[in-house]
Structures are given as structure tokens and as C-alpha cells.
Design a protein around this ligand. Structure first.
Ligand SMILES: O=C(O)c1cc(=O)[nH]c(=O)n1[C@@H]1O[C@H](COP(=O)(O)O)[C@@H](O)[C@H]1O
Length: 443
């Protein structure tokens, strides 16, 4: 089946550029149409660096990134950098991330920096300056955000992102069990009183996307691929969201093709599936990484193709119709040439917490099942926690072992030389990208 022909958002019918506020969604949709819905997670975790025989330092993180980028180039729509895994090395780590971002842009990969920031508007304006402005040191296409000061605490940053042609992904229903407990809590007051925390987040994000109803928006959500059991409690229906959805959890964290098909049934070609460790496990050989990106990309593409053609999981008549967005259009910009007839009608509301969601391939989640599901989730959560503890323990051992024996370890001895060579290649790309950036600034 030709994925291109089956994108629910026929973005070939909309301009590839238009209002800056539309730009990230359009660029990401075009990249997903060309390369499929995979986002390669670049997580230079100490265990990954150790397994690849690299030093656990900024140089190791940069070398790791350059190899992951080469595996992803031309095979995946986007890459996502796990920012704290660079930050841990201080200024050298930031410099490594800056160079990796430049290299990724030169490779025409959409970049997301996973910094999961949140806070009050004054704090966030500095985050926008760092990441979302063309002259920012860590300029990227999109960043991830936490909305737990309230979604509107993010409005200034979201507008900065949109006005600069960038996007954001706001955590909504994350795959960790405690996250589900928090995010499915019922709000006591305010606009969304009586509905879940996650519902209000999704609804507020959707208001921005309603600005461009005929194409994928630029304000995204993070919805874990393994949250099937929590969809009813969470009160968020991914099929009614028209911005991009960044979905971690596939592969290493246990989510399968069936989970993707279930959780994202009826979505619109707007789900970007992040995979990090299941790809890194094939490194450091670039051919092997490339093959892994292609193979996992194909799996994810097939699953999402089924998902987006699955019947909409809920037909609630009380669907919310999203009010006109309370955001201003960028001055002097216009939206042109959208062919609304080429795009299916997309309900812009997000399902109410009390509405049941019929999950294809699974049972309709009924109220009676909730207790049973909660028990099941606890055991899954415990298993996941145990696995994480084990991984952490393994990581500490690995790090202790590597740190102690770094000088004697043959691989570790080889790594810096290789790191230098590749870092120079990355730096060269960064220089070229810099030159390009300066050239375009000069124009
Ligand atoms: O922000 C994220 O992307 C994220 C949010 C979340 O709730 N869970 C989650 O796993 N992630 C990230 O998604 C990636 C998943 O990596 P793997 O589990 O190795 O494929 C990692 O970079 C995680 O930090």
C-alpha cells in the first residue's frame, strides 16, 4: 500500500510554506509523507555509549549522535535529541548538541529537542530564545514541553515557536504508570472543571491547530504508544487531534504494532513514533543502524497505515467543537491555497473523560473493567519499574567499569580517535550549516 496516497491529511493539496504559524506542521507532514512516521531518538545514554565502546563524555555523545544521524538520514522523518544526556557534560555537552543539531539540519532531518521544559512565561521566553529562534544557539524545529504550571503558562513560548515557523510537543498522556494517574486526575475548577488534566491539555493544544483546519498543525502532543488501558481515564482521543502526536514507547518500552493500531485508530497520518534504544542497539556500525532504521520504519509505517484506516474508535455525539483559537495570526501572513475538499472532515474536539472508547482489536472499555484494568496496569507498571531499576543498576555498573578502566580498555582507547574523526566530520557539517545560516541571514 502506498503510504503517500493514504495520508489522511493530503498535504500535497496545501502549500509547503505559508504562514510561519503553519510551517512546522507542513514541513513535518511533508517529511512524514516522504520517509514515513518514524522519529529516530538520539539518546546518548551512558549505557548506549558504553555498549558502543565510546567514552562517557561529550565527545562520546557527539560521536554517537553523528552515527545515529547517518543511520537516520533519508530514512526517517525526524530525529529527537534527548537534551539532558548532553547537558550532563556541561558546556561541552551543549556544544556537542549544537553541532549535532547543525549536522541534522544539513542532512534535512526535522529536529526535535526533548528538553521537556515548563515553567512561568519569563523563564520560557529564554527557552524560546535558545531553541526556537533562527539565531538561537540550539535552534531546532521543535521542542518538548511539560504543561503542569497550566497550559496557558506555555502560551508565550508556543506563540514564539509558531511565529518562528517552529513547533512544540506538549506532554499529555505519557506511558509511565504514575503519569497516567496524574494526567487522568479530574480538574476541580476552571475552564475544564470535571474533566481530566490531560483533556484540558489536549483541548488547549487543539485550539492552536484549529487555526489551520486543513493541514497538520504545529502544536503537538506527547501520547505514549502503550497508554491503551488509560485512554478512557485519560479522556483524550488521539483521533480527534489534528496536530502532530509524538509517541514514545514502541519497542524497548514494550509497546507493539498492535498498541499503535489500537491507541491511534482513526488518526490522520499525524503520529510520529519515536524509537531510540531499539535502533541504537544495532550500532555503532552505520550500515547496521541504517538497516535498523529502515526495518523499524517499515514496521511502524505498516502499523500506522492500518491505524489510520481503522474506524474511529468513538462516535460520541457530544464531541467538543473547538472554539476559535485565542491566538493572533502572525502579522502580514496569509494562508493560501488549501484544498479543503481533499481533506477528510476531522472532528476537532477531544473526547470527554466520561465517554467510553471502543478499542479495535480489544474490548470497549466499560466502567466495570476499570478496576481490573487498574490492577493490570499496576502489574505492568511494577514490571516496567523493575526493568528500569535493573537497567539503572546495569548502567551504574557499566559506568563504574568504564570510568575505572577507560585508559586500559582497547575500545575506549580507540573511541576518542574515531570520535575526533567523526566529530570533525560533524563539525565540518556544522560549519557548512553555519555558513548556510549566515548566508541566508545575509540575504
Ligand atoms: O519526551 C519524550 O519523548 C518521552 C516522553 C515520555 O513520556 N516517555 C518517553 O519515553 N520519552 C522519550 O522517548 C524516547 C523513547 O526511547 P526508547 O524507549 O529507547 O525507544 C526517550 O528519549 C524517552 O525519554
Amino acid at each position: 500500500m502506498n503510504y503517500d496516497e493514504d495520508m489522511s491529511f493530503d498535504n500535497s493539496a496545501v502549500p509547503t510554506s505559508g504562514s510561519p504559524r503553519q510551517e512546522f506542521g507542513l514541513r513535518l507532514a511533508a517529511a512524514m509523507r516522504e520517509h514515513g512516521p518514524l522519529c529516530v531518538g538520539i539518546d546518548p545514554h551512558r549505557k548506549n555509549l558504553h555498549d558502543w565502546g565510546y567514552n562517557i563524555d561529550a565527545e562520546g555523545a557527539e560521536l554517537f549522535s553523528m552515527r545515529m544521524l547517518q543511520g537516520a538520514q533519508g530514512r526517517a522523518a525526524a530525529v529527537k535529541f534527548q537534551m539532558p544526556m548532553f547537558e550532563r557534560y556541561g558546556s561541552k555537552g551543549y556544544a556537542a548538541l549544537e553541532r549535532a543539531l547543525y549536522a541534522a539540519r544539513q542532512m534535512e532531518l526535522i529536529t526535535i529537542v526533548d528538553c521537556l521544559r515548563g515553567g512561568l512565561p519569563t523563564t520560557l521566553s529564554s527557552i524560546a530564545d535558545a531553541y526556537l529562534k533562527p539565531d538561537g544557539p540550539l535552534y531546532t524545529d521543535a521542542i518538548t514541553l511539560l504543561p503542569y504550571y497550566g497550559f496557558h503558562s506555555l502560551d508565550g513560548l508556543v506563540n514564539d515557536a509558531l511565529n518562528n515557523g517552529c513547533g512544540v510537543f506538549v506532554a499529555s498522556l505519557t506511558p509511565n504508570p504514575e503519569g497516567a494517574h496524574l494526567q487522568s486526575a479530574i480538574r476541580q475548577a476552571g475552564e475544564y472543571a470535571g474533566q481530566t488534566v490531560a483533556y484540558g491539555i489536549a483541548q488547549d493544544a487543539q485550539k492552536y491547530n484549529a487555526e489551520f483546519p486543513d493541514s497538520m498543525g504545529s502544536v503537538g502532543l506527547i501520547i505514549g504508544a502503550s497508554i491503551g488501558k488509560w485512554m478512557k481515564e485519560g479522556g483524550v482521543d488521539p483521533a480527534k487531534f489534528t496536530g502532530p502526536i509524538l509517541s514514545p514507547g514502541y519497542g524497548w518500552q514494550g509497546a507493539t504494532d498492535d498498541d499503535l493500531k489500537t491507541v491511534f485508530a482513526g488518526t490522520h497520518g499525524n503520529v510520529l513514533v519515536t524509537v531510540a534504544r531499539s535502533i541504537a542497539a544495532h550500532g555503532p556500525d552505520i550500515d547496521e543502524l541504517s538497516k535498523a532504521v529502515t526495518a523499524i520504519g517499515d514496521e511502524v509505517r505498516r502499523a500506522m497505515d492500518v491505524a489510520q484506516h481503522a474506524p474511529h474508535p468513538t462516535q460520541d455525539s457530544d464531541s467538543f467543537s473547538v472554539a476559535a483559537p485565542a491566538v493572533a495570526h502572525a502579522q502580514g501572513t496569509t494562508q493560501t491555497g488549501n484544498d479543503a475538499s481533499a481533506v477528510p472532515s476531522v472532528g476537532a474536539g477531544i473526547v470527554h473523560a466520561a465517554d467510553a472508547i471502543a478499542v479495535p482489536g480489544d474490548a470497549v472499555i466499560a466502567a466495570d473493567d476499570v478496576e481490573e484494568l487498574a490492577d493490570a496496569e499496576e502489574s505492568v507498571g511494577q514490571a516496567a519499574d523493575d526493568e528500569l531499576d535493573e537497567a539503572e543498576a546495569e548502567d551504574s555498573q557499566a559506568e563504574a567499569g568504564v570510568d575505572a578502566s577507560a585508559e586500559a580498555h582497547t575500545d575506549a582507547q580507540n573511541a576518542p580517535a574515531e570520535a575526533n574523526a567523526e566529530t570533525q566530520a560533524g563539525a565540518q557539517q556544522a560549519d557548512n550549516a553555519n555558513n548556510g545560516a549566515h548566508a541566508s541571514e545575509a540575504q
